[in-house]
Design a protein around this ligand. Structure first.
Ligand code: SAM
Length: 335
């Protein structure tokens, strides 16, 4: 879960902003894509640099209001698309070279606190969790999928050790009543008994949110299609907030920044097939000072790499590596 806003405050804190600005050097100008516009925290900071153009994307239709205000100020230097970032390569009229593409994954504090979205276990009533442009809701998942399917979703997307028993209880309980947010929390509490460091329901809610918003394929195809449209020497930056996302991002950058031989008959210097150059294998974390001002930033990790070549068909190994997770996402076809 992400929250780039300080709770109970009107002030918005885009996570790791200082670090991102120093990597992309916006003073030199160019076109950037902000794949997760949200409250416009990054876009508005980048646009302060006169020679920067921004193409912004967000799947949540409610972001259009802030996007419209941004457009009124920055006119042709800014455009917004209510799309999923996995479709970044389908945006019309991208005719400039893309200097950087930025992802700030997850949800904003405004979205988490919005009772209509029902993302949090603190909400009441019917389960939802749709961020926008979805085909089904958390209510459909919890009340319609079979026990084995729920168990797989909880185990792989939530890494919850009680996945089997919780999925069994859900299927038993829903014979009597539809499962809403409060009933789901109470089923989880009945299995886990005591609350630990994190709330009992955190992992199961995370798993359902990932499934409802197809976050695994969104991230996988978002990264692949970004790598395709980025200009050579352009930078791909990703801020993530949980280990499942980070595992995917880390593998993507690492595997595509290693030299792979095209042919053993080629001379060594012509035989390098690396898509990216990594400046560091380690992620960048928020400073103590940032965490002090914006506590939720403490789980953020920034990874980035520089595109070195135009290579086609680089994605097969990456997709295969996460095929189990993609297969679990396809359980939604039963809904
Ligand atoms: C953490 S917020 C971004 C905050 C933003 N950087 C700011 O400073 O205001 C993440 C945003 O990504 C959007 N989002 C999540 N998954 C998406 C996807 N697959 N495609 C497009 N937008 C997505 C969410 O709707 C949310 O607005």
């Amino acid at each position: 879960m992400n929250a780039t806003i300080l709770p109970n405050s009107e002030k918005h804190y885009p996570v790791l902003l200082k670090e991102i600005l120093s990597i992309i050097s916006p003073q030199n100008g160019g076109t950037l894509i902000d794949c997760t516009f949200g409250q416009g925290g990054y876009s508005k900071e980048f646009l302060k640099f006169q020679k920067i153009n921004i193409i912004a994307i967000d799947r949540d239709p409610e972001c259009k209001i802030i996007a419209q205000k941004t457009k009124e100020i920055y006119k042709e230097r800014f455009s917004f698309f209510n799309k999923k970032f996995s479709e970044i390569n389908k945006i019309e009229n991208i005719n400039s070279k893309i200097k950087a593409i930025i992802f700030d994954l997850g949800y904003s504090y405004t979205q988490i606190k919005d009772p209509k979205k029902g993302l949090s276990f603190e909400n009441k009533g019917k389960l939802n969790m749709r961020l926008g442009l979805n085909n089904f809701s958390a209510n459909d998942v919890v009340n319609k999928l079979g026990q084995k399917d729920l168990e797989l979703i909880f185990k792989y997307f939530g890494e919850d050790k009680d996945s089997r028993i919780i999925s069994k209880r859900i299927v038993d309980q829903r014979l009597k009543n539809n499962i809403n947010t409060e009933r789901l929390v109470s089923i989880i509490n009945s299995v886990k008994k005591k609350s630990g460091r994190i709330h009992n329901a955190t992992k199961i809610f995370q798993a359902i949110r990932i499934f409802v918003n197809k976050e695994i394929s969104e991230l996988i195809y978002g990264l692949i299609n970004s790598a395709k449209i980025l200009d050579v020497n352009g930078i791909l930056l990703v801020v993530s907030f949980h280990s499942l996302e980070d595992k995917i991002i880390k593998y993507f950058f690492k595997s595509l920044s290693e030299d792979k031989k095209i042919s053993r008959y080629y001379p060594e210097e012509k035989n390098q097939n690396k898509l990216f150059e990594l400046r560091s294998r380690k992620p960048i974390y928020p400073s103590h000072q940032e965490i002090k001002i914006n506590k939720p930033s403490r789980s953020a990790k920034l990874r980035y790499a520089i595109k070195k070549k135009n290579i086609i068909n680089f994605e097969r190994d990456f997709i295969n590596k996460f095929s189990k997770l993609l297969e679990i996402e396809k359980l939604s076809e039963k809904l």
